[in-house]
Every structure is written in structure tokens, then in C-alpha cells.
Design a protein around this ligand. Structure first.
Ligand code: NAP
Length: 266
């Protein structure tokens, strides 16, 4: 009998996960770890990479780990080219990301940090996805999951660049999916709410419906398995965030003000 964890993958499936040293990436790595799966795990923290790699190996996966800073995009693309030549990627989960905010005094984001955020969350994510999408299209198979956020539905005053970056990832993933329709390549845009992680801890503002990374990973895997166009969760926060995007802007602005998303500290 095939276990639920192994049901989503075929033999010798190659899965590339960026940000595997983080909370969501690590939970996804463990979720996909099974005999017959080659996991290519990226992170920067070598100790954390080693730890998640051994956990996945103990679950039966063949693991290759790569300590790479994705801000060096030419080097990143050289690495990706070599990786796919050696082990053609079946599933790419573009998960690595950072968050910044306007500061405790609400003075605004650091421009240096903004550039890093935009380079990682948008540039690196999009160019990797584009490159692999072309190769998957030639092969007539493959899946790409882009980790956006519910914060991509509407701009939160406390973290403008993060919201902008996640809106960009959402739009890119939707476009990519449409363009690849009928080619055998699936694209899923993932929009989680608040998930327990270092990033979430550091984020100011309310964090309703906080969820564990393990729970989030299960929902994400199920969405990728059924080739969902969008996996956005949890339901109440998803509904609320979606409403912000479709309501008249002055109402959405007012709601965010009342909920406390316009300030980092009281
Ligand atoms: N947590 C949430 O509430 C939440 C909600 C919605 C969406 N998301 C999205 O989910 C994804 C994962 O977030 P998380 O909560 O799991 O955060 P996390 O625990 O802070 O993990 C972030 C990951 O990104 C990697 N990373 C950061 N900067 C990098 C760089 N320059 N080059 C390469 N890798 C880099 C980190 O690697 P090292 O630690 O090794 O440096 C780490 O593996 C992000 O895209 C985030 O925006 C999170």
C-alpha cells in the first residue's frame, strides 16, 4: 500500500526546494522525503542545511544540499543550469524569501534591505521559475510552486515591499500557468497566512489564525498534487484578504487601520 506521503511522487522524482533551512521549506522537505525521491535542498545556513538533510535522509530520500546565497543571481543561474543538467527537476518549490518592515517608529524601510528583498523575493524567484519552466516545457512534464503570501492580495502599510513582492510572485505564477497550459507543466501559486517561523516572529502587526509549518506543508503538498492554480489558506484569513483586494480601496484602508496593520507597535 502506498503511504500518503509517497503518493504524490513517482520513482526518482527530483524536487528542488529553495529556503529548505527555513520553517516552511524544512516542513515541505520532510513532507516530500521518501524513498525514490531526490531532494535538492537550498539554504544559506550550513548547519541548518545539514540538519534538515539528515532528517530527510532518515525518511528515505536521496538528498543533495546546496549552501547558496540567492542574491548573486548570475552564480545562482549557473548552479541551477548545472543542477538541472545533472538531475532534471520534476518539481520546483520557489520558497526562499525574506520580510522587512517600516520599523518600530514607522519611519520607513531601509533602501538597502528593500533591494535585497526585491532581488530574492522577486528576481531570483522569477528567473529560476522561468528557466525551469522552459526546460519542463521541452520535457512535456514538471511542476512549479511559487510561494507567495496572503499579503500579496492587498498592501499592508507595515510591510509595503514584502506585499509588493508577493503580489509580483502571484501575478507571475498566474501568468506562467496560463502560458504553460496544455504543455504538461503545472504551476501553483501558494498564498499562506501566518505560519510559525523566524520570519513570522519578526513581523510586526496582528497574526491571526497562526498555523504550524507542518500543517501548512500538508496543505501545500495537497494543492501541488492536484495542480491547483492557487492554494490560499487558512480559509477565514484568505477570505478576509481577498475581500480587501476587491472592496473599494477606501474601505480596505479603513479596515486595515482598525485592525492595526498601519502601525508596527502601540
Ligand atoms: N511564515 C509566514 O507567516 C509566511 C506567510 C506567507 C508566506 N510566507 C513565505 O514562505 C516562504 C518561507 O518563509 P518561512 O516563514 O519559512 O521563513 P524562514 O523560516 O525565515 O525561512 C526563510 C528561508 O529563506 C532563505 N533565505 C533567506 N535569504 C536568502 C538568500 N539571500 N539566499 C538564499 N536563501 C535565503 C533562508 O535561508 P537561511 O536561513 O539558510 O539563510 C530560509 O531557508 C517565504 O517566501 C515567505 O515569504 C511565509
Amino acid at each position: 500500500m502506498v503511504s500518503p506521503k509517497a503518493s504524490s511522487v513517482t520513482k526518482q522524482t527530483v524536487i528542488l526546494i529553495t529556503g529548505a533551512t527555513g520553517a516552511i521549506g524544512g516542513a515541505l522537505a520532510k513532507r516530500y522525503a521518501a524513498p525514490g525521491v531526490t531532494l535538492c535542498l537550498q539554504g544559506r545556513d550550513e548547519a541548518a542545511l545539514e540538519q534538515i538533510s539528515s532528517q530527510c535522509i532518515s525518511l528515505g530520500a536521496d538528498v543533495r544540499s546546496y549552501a547558496i546565497d540567492m542574491l548573486n543571481i548570475p552564480a545562482l543561474m549557473d548552479w541551477l543550469k548545472q543542477l538541472d543538467e545533472h538531475s532534471p527537476v520534476d518539481l520546483f518549490i520557489a520558497n526562499a524569501g525574506i520580510n522587512i518592515n517600516i520599523g518600530a517608529d514607522c519611519s520607513g524601510e531601509s533602501e538597502v534591505e528593500m533591494v535585497q528583498l526585491l532581488d530574492l523575493n522577486i528576481k531570483a524567484t522569477l528567473v529560476m521559475s522561468s528557466y525551469l519552466a522552459k526546460l519542463m516545457r521541452q520535457r512535456g512534464r514538471g511542476k512549479i510552486a511559487l510561494i507567495s503570501s496572503l499579503a500579496g492580495f492587498y498592501g499592508l502599510p507595515i510591510m509595503p515591499s514584502y506585499c509588493a513582492s508577493k503580489a509580483a510572485v502571484k501575478a507571475y505564477g498566474e501568468a506562467l500557468r496560463g502560458g504553460l497550459s496544455g504543455t504538461g507543466v503545472g504551476v501553483t501559486v501558494v498564498m499562506p497566512g501566518n505560519i510559525e517561523s523566524a520570519m513570522c516572529d519578526a513581523m510586526p502587526g496582528p497574526k491571526p489564525f497562526l498555523m504550524t509549518p507542518e500543517h501548512a506543508a500538508r496543505i501545500i503538498q495537497q494543492g501541488i498534487d492536484r495542480n491547483a492554480a492557487r492554494v490560499s489558506f487558512p480559509f477565514p484569513l484568505n477570505m478576509g484578504s481577498w475581500c480587501l483586494a476587491v472592496l473599494p480601496a477606501f474601505i480596505s484602508q479603513r479596515i486595515l487601520h482598525v485592525l492595526g496593520y498601519n502601525r508596527t507597535a502601540d
